[in-house]
Design a protein around this ligand. Structure first.
Ligand code: DAK
Length: 256
């Protein structure tokens, strides 16, 4: 299936989504959200895809929500637009496979929020991060007010969102927003290398790990430990036996 706001391709079990509205620096509009939800429907049930990489075409990752489209919204439409974005990014965050943001340039406003909903972020040296909504008389509306503080702390969140200022990839790295910065020419090679490393491991263990880390973060610590024990124990009936047997037999695991 093809989409008008992004391109998709596969490299083995790795899916790559390239957001592509270069005329608006890949700004997110209603069509994007409609298409991206349809894509998530497909990918979450696709057993041949074990990891997703999201990047942008040209000099931007995503320069935000589409300001031209938002400009004439009513309060009710704004609420709906925010809820659609929040629900979409929550789906992405909770997708049953890891998601890597490969940030190739501007990741602003809604674009930064999309990157924050990914499991981790790598950036090239042109990466620019910011939540400049207050400069438009708005606030982040796709979960960014909440996700950034959980990732990078209250001080960094209020500093970035109150000033609306852009930071470069190295500063984002220092703030814990980005996990790795690479040269522009190496971004996709590095993203694929990291994705390849993840997909070598037990597929059920990978899914379980994401579920437990994310699920446990939202509940009381004792409940989180229970979740960890429950999910840990289930792996003795899926990937665990083969992984441990392969180790002891000094060979690579043969995951089913
Ligand atoms: N939306 C629409 N078009 C955009 C855009 C955007 N976010 N960003 C750039 N463009 C368009 C420009 O208008 C320009 O179009 P033409 O003039 O060529 O027709 C084209 O992309 C190229 O942009 P520039 O000419 O400006 O390129 P430069 O290299 O000079 O500058 C820039 C790059 C990224 C610094 C600049 O484009 C810029 O400042 N862009 C806006 C960045 C921004 O403010 N992003 C945050 C958007 S607000 C909510 C839900 C969601 C949100 C908030 C609330 N609720 C419902 C509560 C989220 C809000 C946002 O994301």
């Amino acid at each position: 299936m093809s989409y008008s706001t992004f391109n998709t391709k596969h490299e083995g079990e790795i899916a790559i989504v390239t957001i592509s509205r270069p005329e608006a620096l890949n700004a997110l509009n209603n069509t994007f959200f409609k298409e991206f939800n349809a894509y998530l429907d497909t990918i979450e049930n696709d057993e041949n895809t074990n990891i997703l990489i999201i990047t942008g075409e040209g000099k931007a990752f995503i320069a935000g929500a589409d300001i031209a489209e938002m400009q004439n919204m009513t309060k009710e439409e704004g609420y709906q637009f925010s809820k659609t974005g929040q629900n979409t990014f929550s789906r992405l965050e909770n997708l049953n496979k890891p998601v890597i943001a490969a940030v190739n340039g501007y990741a602003l406003g809604g674009g930064c929020e999309l990157a924050l909903a990914c499991d981790f972020r790598i950036s090239n040296n042109y990466g620019k991060f910011g939540l400049p909504e207050v400069s438009l008389g708005l606030i982040p509306g796709y979960g960014g007010t909440q996700r950034l503080s959980r990732l990078s702390g209250l001080g960094n969140t209020l500093y970035l969102q109150l000033t609306g200022q852009m930071i470069d990839a190295e500063e984002a790295l220092r703030m814990g927003i980005v996990q790795k910065v690479v040269d522009a020419s190496e971004l996709m090679t590095e993203a694929l290398k990291i994705a390849g490393k993840i997909t070598q491991h037990g597929p059920n263990a990978i899914k379980t790990l994401k579920k437990v880390v994310r699920g446990g973060y939202q509940v009381d610590l004792n409940k989180a430990y229970d979740l960890e024990s429950d999910e840990f124990s289930k792996l003795f009936e899926s990937d665990g036996p083969e992984g441990m047997k392969a180790f002891l037999e000094k060979r690579k695991p043969n995951w089913k």
